[in-house]
Design a protein around this ligand. Structure first.
Ligand code: ASP
Length: 371
């Protein structure tokens, strides 16, 4: 028997999930994955693998553990990144993420399930620390793919997700520093001693003059050989309120096709959207490239698509960074960045998670200002 769906399309009730699936998923939302959900016995058991952005070292470990306990790839991905969404020290994702220009934390996320190619996404979501879980609920409970802003928040609220202030003291201090220093010609005065604050100091030391970004993407292949993934972010630091980047957009910040592979991105979202980054990677893998070659191929397309002067450095190269991550249907992983020096996280069942160097298009010189 089908449980009535939120926003079910009257013409297509078959898209819904059974009560059993809904109940099983509710456990995921509230208490992490149900360890009792084991791989279906008829399916071959393969060693699970997860690949993520470098801030996902613990997340890939958790995702692999979840898959070993029977979670599907998409469930494990969502569960893995929840660690980072919870971490107040990761100022690029979830709770403690840096806010928009008005000091409001707006989160974006999506997820995609390889076997069914179903997807869910939320954008500009305020007040809920686990946007990837909410995206998963959109996928699981509705016949729709993306909810934004107040609608996304109302949806999360309706499911009982706790609403909270996501702006931490640390993120607020950094935002206030940014607001006071963005221009000499506005109404905001810099404060004496502001840059002595350890959190502000650490931010300046790490990000300097560049407009920093950050996100977590995690793609996985589960014990049944199925693929899934998620991307979750607080987006571009100090963005225009309402700005949405690539992270919640299926085909840009994430794409999964069980027959081929899964891919995702971090970095300058607008550039990823312009080349449909994750979809491009999957299509390059479909054409026979390895995950790493496919990530590099997508970056080459991005270079070709980067034509406006304000995005180019003095040598005509993209003055920003983008990183791509991928796993193919055979479980091979890869990652590549526009600029050298990046890493990605990988974990295979039975082994410790590790950071691996990304392939890259351009070697960063000391003078390169690219973020
Ligand atoms: N891709 C994210 C965005 O553009 C930010 C990032 O990954 O750094 O919102």
């Amino acid at each position: 028997m089908k449980t009535p769906l939120i926003d079910a399309h009257p013409d297509d009730p078959s898209e819904g999930l059974s009560r059993r699936e809904l109940v099983a998923g509710a456990a995921l939302a509230t208490a992490g994955l149900a360890a009792s959900r084991v791989a279906r016995s008829a399916e071959p058991v393969v060693p699970p693998v997860a690949v993520a952005s470098a801030n996902g070292l613990e997340a890939v470990r958790r995702a692999v553990a979840a898959m070993e306990a029977g979670a599907t790839a998409v469930e494990a991905a969502v569960e893995g990144v929840a660690l980072v969404e919870d971490d107040p020290d990761d100022i690029t994702v979830g709770y403690g993420g840096l806010p928009n220009a008005e000091g409001v934390v707006q989160l974006d996320a999506c997820c995609m399930d390889g076997p069914t190619m179903r997807a869910g996404a939320v954008a500009a979501l305020e007040g809920f620390r686990h946007p990837a879980r909410v995206a998963y609920e959109v996928m699981r409970r509705t016949t729709r793919v993306m909810l934004v802003g107040d609608g996304a928040a109302a949806f999360a609220r309706s499911l009982g997700y706790p609403e909270e202030e996501l702006l931490t003291d640390k993120a607020r201090k950094i935002w206030l520093y940014w607001r006071a220093n963005i221009s000499d010609g506005d109404d905001w005065l810099t404060q004496p001693g502001e840059t002595d604050d350890p959190d502000v100091k650490a931010f300046i030391a790490k990000h300097g003059a560049v407009r920093p970004t950050g996100t977590i993407n995690l793609c996985a292949r589960d014990a049944a050989g199925n693929l899934g993934g998620t991307t979750t972010t607080s987006g571009l630091f100090f963005k225009i309120p309402g700005r949405v980047g690539d992270s919640p957009i299926i085909g840009a910040g994430l794409f999964v096709d069980n027959r081929v592979g899964a891919a995702g991105s971090t970095g300058r979202g607008e550039s990823v959207i312009q080349i449909a980054g994750a979809h491009t990677i999957v299509e390059l893998m479909r054409a026979g490239r390895s995950p790493e070659e496919a990530c590099l191929g997508a970056l080459e397309r991005m270079v070709d698509a980067t034509r406006v002067p304000y995005l180019l450095d003095g040598k005509g190269r993209p003055a920003f960074d983008v990183k791509f991550y991928a796993v193919d249907a055979a479980g091979r992983t890869g990652g590549a960045a526009m600029w050298s020096g990046a890493e990605y996280a990988v974990c295979r069942s039975g082994a410790a998670p590790a950071l691996v160097d990304c392939a890259f298009l351009y070697k960063r010189d000391r003078d390169d200002a690219s973020g």
